[in-house]
Write a protein that binds this ligand. Structure first.
Ligand SMILES: Nc1ncnc2c1ncn2[C@@H]1O[C@H](COP(=O)(O)OP(=O)(O)OP(=O)(O)O)[C@@H](O)[C@H]1O
Length: 296
């Protein structure tokens, strides 16, 4: 199931409107590190207004994929376009300018430890906007309110607040410049179920309040199905059959349970079946490897 070339109209209740304009285009993307190819020949388009989950088991290349969208990772082959501009043909100044249209929520929040929360959120505004101090403070306070944090956090340092709060500060900072594209790297990893749902709700609220396009790398099926209207599921290259596409599923989030591919269903349901059989096969092929590694 793919709609890479057709306008996406999602059937889910949470679907954001898309005008069909392609904001991100990934064209035959391959990324290789040394002898390890992590992404192979990935092509997809993301339309303005879509919220897309990039799903897949650990190590399949989700974070590498996300990094190519902001030109933090150069492709070995292929191209990435943002609003029609080839990211890897831009000079440093042009790229910096383009990145102000993107907000990146890193897995570990990536806040500056030596700055207060207020300074962290103000940072992109000071870097990229000519604003008065009053205007900066007004935006910082609005963003903090938007992510549901009390104003008392503004004077604290990242080390003085909880992991869930840090994630929310990371979200507030990424929203500071009102980006057109939000990129989230595992926004709920390491959080308890309640705090995970708070983050899910905030992502949903963000897209209701701002006309934003989002790409969310996650393992979390609840995030994928609750927050996203489309899911793209990647599979580790090493376990693909020859000639298979690395994208196992690309379609509406609400329909992933109906996918034909058993590997997709197993991932969705969190079943180890396929992997257990593969591990048994690997063990049969290399009967002593586990023992050897156990003995160093
Ligand atoms: N800069 C790099 N140099 C060499 N190998 C890298 C580099 N970045 C990533 N890799 C490798 O690429 C593979 C995919 O990594 P990636 O972080 O994208 O996986 P992932 O799907 O996001 O996994 P997880 O869900 O565990 O975060 C891994 O084997 C990783 O070791």
């Amino acid at each position: 199931m793919t709609y890479a070339t057709e306008p996406h109209v999602s059937p889910t209740a949470t679907a954001a409107p898309t005008d069909g304009h392609v904001l991100v285009e990934v064209d035959h993307l391959t990324v290789t590190f040394g002898r390890q190819t992590v992404l192979r020949d990935i092509s997809l388009q993301i339309r303005r207004g879509e919220t897309v989950a990039i799903l897949g088991e650990s190590g399949c290349g989700k974070t590498v994929f996300l990094k190519t969208l902001v030109a933090l990772q150069r492709p070995t082959r292929g191209k990435v376009f943002f609003d029609g501009q080839d990211l890897f043909r831009l000079n440093a100044a042009e790229l910096a300018q383009l990145r102000t249209r993107m907000g990146f929520v890193f897995q570990n929040a990536a806040l500056f430890d030596s700055m207060t929360i207020g300074e962290n959120i103000a940072f992109p505004l000071r870097q990229h906007r000519q604003l008065s101090e009053d205007e900066i403070q007004a935006i910082v306070r609005a963003r903090v309110a938007e992510v549901g944090l009390p104003m008392s956090v503004l004077r604290k340092k990242p080390g003085e607040i909880s992991g869930g709060m840090r994630k929310r500060v990371g979200l507030a900072r990424a929203l500071a410049l009102e980006p057109e594209l939000m990129l989230y790297d595992e926004p709920t990893t390491g959080l308890d179920p309640i705090m995970s749902d708070v983050i899910n709700e905030l992502i949903l609220r963000t897209r209701r309040q701002h006309p934003v396009t989002s790409v969310i790398v996650t393992h979390d099926m609840r995030t994928a199905t609750k927050v996203c209207d489309r899911i793209v599921m990647l599979y580790p290259l090493a376990r693909l059959k020859p000639g298979e596409s690395q994208i196992l599923y690309d379609g509406p989030a609400a329909e992933i349970e109906k996918a034909d591919d058993r590997r997709v269903i197993q991932f969705v349901r969190g079943e180890a079946g396929e992997r257990l059989m593969e591990m048994a096969r690997e063990e049969n092929n290399h009967p002593h490897s586990a023992e050897e590694s156990a003995h160093g």
